[in-house]
Design a protein around this ligand. Structure first.
Ligand code: KG4
Ligand code: ZN
Length: 331
């Protein structure tokens, strides 16, 4: 069965074709970063319009790479939410219309479920059950994953998501968009510990997170004096240390509490090198292992949506009932 995946929740247009027998046949992503850069963030109206422009060329490219035609598509999975309403509507309309034209089922997929399952696309996939750390621009969650479709939320951010904190802090430091990678790059030139930032909720005794105070602490430090370029790098390094320390500590606690040795990391912040280093070290100490999606599948893409849709169909989900459903939640 070949499932087409469509992702258009924010500023990346992703299209992919996944075969349940042969794996990923093709995938392509167009990022709108250059278009939004001048505005310092994503402009929703521009994002929607660009998704319209990109979807058909991306579909044609993916089909050509896969050596397939439209007629080979057996089902279409698309990101139904969460995300920017207009951007989501473009992907949903495209997917539903194409499904109707080809007379194949269309399946709305929860964006986070796509991220969550993306490490399963790797050759070296994690075994069930596992703990998943979902760290994106909109969410920071720890989940226990028993199988596809069975997710238990163990803890999440009470305020800003980790990616959001990276983005907002980057803005405070006058870095460009997208903030997360820019801040991570600056942090590499700085030394953590020269500024002292808190480790929010590190010892809270639960698996909740809070990152908004950290951003305020950076603001206070930045307002105290005019920062030199090297001080900015030190502050960025300390911020990255604070966020990654809390994320790593709580991920290990979740694994310990549930006696699981596999940790899956998904979402854009999962691309952060320092986070990966910390998680690898911390999990090795308890005899565990961390599984990451391929770097190109950490941020938004159609492959994770195609894969998620395919798994749901394999589990016998009947997509017809979902027609017209816009927002879905993982069960
Ligand atoms: O998963 P994603 O592509 O989109 C959402 O679903 O949100 O994640 C985007 C988030 C942004 O906040 C971005 O700044 C952050 O991931 N991000 C990073 C890095 N790469 C992307 N944050 C820290 N370090 C990075 N290397
Ligand atoms: Zn995402």
């Amino acid at each position: 069965m070949k499932v087409l995946g469509i992702e258009s929740s924010c500023d990346e247009t992703g299209v992919a074709l996944y075969d349940t027998g042969r794996g990923l046949l093709g995938h392509a992503v167009h990022t709108q970063v250059a278009m939004h850069e001048a505005y310092g963030g994503v402009v929703p109206e521009l994002a929607s319009r660009d998704h319209i422009r990109r979807l058909i060329p991306l579909l044609e490219r993916v089909l050509a790479d896969a050596g397939c035609t439209r007629r080979d598509i057996d089902a279409i999975a698309y990101t139904a939410g969460p995300g920017l309403a207009g951007a989501l509507l473009v992907g949903a309309s495209f997917a539903e219309a194409l499904a109707m034209a080809l007379d194949v089922p269309a399946l709305p997929v929860h964006h986070l479920e796509g991220h969550l399952l993306s490490p399963l696309l790797a050759d070296d996939a994690p075994p069930f059950p596992f703990i998943a750390l979902l760290v994106s621009g909109g969410h920071t969650q720890l989940m226990r994953v028993t199988r596809v479709g069975a997710y238990e939320l163990l803890g999440e951010s009470l305020d800003d998501a980790a990616g959001e904190a990276f983005d907002k802090t980057a803005k405070l430091l006058g870095l460009g968009y997208p903030g997360g990678p820019a801040l991570a790059k600056l942090a590499e030139r700085g030394t953590a510990g020269r500024f002292k930032l808190p480790r929010p909720m590190l010892n809270s005794g639960d698996l909740s997170f809070s990152f908004s105070g950290l951003k305020t602490a950076v603001l206070t430090a930045a307002r105290a004096k005019e920062l030199t370029e090297s001080e900015k790098a030190d502050l960025a390094a300390e911020f990255q240390e604070a966020v990654t320390e809390v994320l790593a500590a709580k991920s290990v606690t979740a694994c310990r509490q549930h006696r699981l040795s596999s940790l899956v990391v998904a979402g854009g912040v999962g691309a952060n090198r320092r986070l990966r280093q910390r998680l690898d070290e911390a999990m090795a100490k308890i005899g565990g292992r961390v599984f990451y999606p391929a770097l190109e599948l950490c941020t938004d893409n159609g492959a994770m949506i195609a894969f998620c849709g395919a798994q749901r169909l394999l589990q016998g989900e009947v997509p017809v009932a979902a027609r017209g459903a816009f927002a879905v939640r993982p069960r």
